[in-house]
Design a protein around this ligand. Structure first.
Ligand SMILES: [Zn+2]
Ligand SMILES: [Zn+2]
Length: 245
């Protein structure tokens, strides 16, 4: 599709009116032309983004991890100490998962998030089904920059698929944290400790809560989100679309 879009854009570039006309042409081309799978180039349903074959080829994470042990650099599998920090991921991050995550994060794709509700739901064994779904919040400054929170879109999709209630903004990011990407594991953890609080902690006592994020990396973000939930007496777990080991 990229080649066709470029050709359409070149045709438009010959016209005296640029800028807006070019943007309109790109939108029209993207709308009118069949969508291609960015993983392998075959025709694919635009909602699903990747073709079914590429989506099935992404490795699944079959086991639960402990976010607290992961964040502390310990073996995250089989922990029996930190019950309130159990997290799962639908996928193990690979180049196909990376395409999906990038599209979710940087090109507004609400349809794509909707199509991932099933993928997220399949990662949950029956006993991990929640009665309430929350999202990992973005700080409002970053949310303003991006215009949306991709974790919230995924949480919406999962809640719809499971037909369970959704509580947006139940968790609040108290302070903006430094960009995480360049920090080591210990620095990430220190950066995030105390970064989240609950809007109404009492309302969550005893509830079975699932908190959704796009990518699980060092576990520090989900650990920091699960800490106030555990303190509030919720039975909380985390779920990410992909685990980037
Ligand atoms: Zn494909
Ligand atoms: Zn643990």
């Amino acid at each position: 599709m990229a080649a066709m879009t470029r050709r359409a854009a070149l045709r438009m570039a010959a016209l005296p009116v640029l800028g807006l006309a070019l943007a309109l042409a790109r939108d029209l081309a993207a709308f009118a032309l069949p969508q291609r799978c960015p993983g392998c180039g075959v025709a694919a349903d635009p909602e699903g983004f990747l073709c079914a074959r590429c989506r099935r080829a992404i490795p699944r994470l079959e086991t639960a991890l402990c976010a607290r042990c992961l964040a502390a650099g310990r073996d995250p599998i089989g922990c029996r100490v930190h019950g309130g920090f159990s997290v799962r991921a639908a996928w193990i991050y690979d180049e196909r998962a990376a395409l999906v995550v990038h599209a979710l994060k940087f090109q507004e794709r609400p349809g794509l998030a909707r199509a991932l509700g099933e993928t997220l739901a399949r990662a949950l064994p029956p006993e991990a089904r929640p009665d309430l779904v929350l999202e990992v919040p973005l700080h409002r400054t970053r949310r303003r920059e991006r215009g949306y929170n991709q974790a919230a879109l995924l949480a919406d999709a999962l809640a719809t698929t499971l037909a369970v209630p959704r509580w947006p903004e139940a968790l609040i990011r108290v302070r903006a944290t430094r960009a995480q990407a360049r920090l080591g594991a210990a620095a990430r953890r220190a950066n995030l400790a105390g970064a989240f609080r609950l809007a109404q902690p009492k309302a969550l006592a005893g509830r079975s809560v699932l908190i959704v994020d796009d990518v699980l990396t060092t576990g520090a973000t989900l650990e920091a989100c699960l800490a106030p939930l555990e303190a509030a007496g919720a039975r909380a777990k985390g779920l990410a679309l992909a685990w980037a080991q």
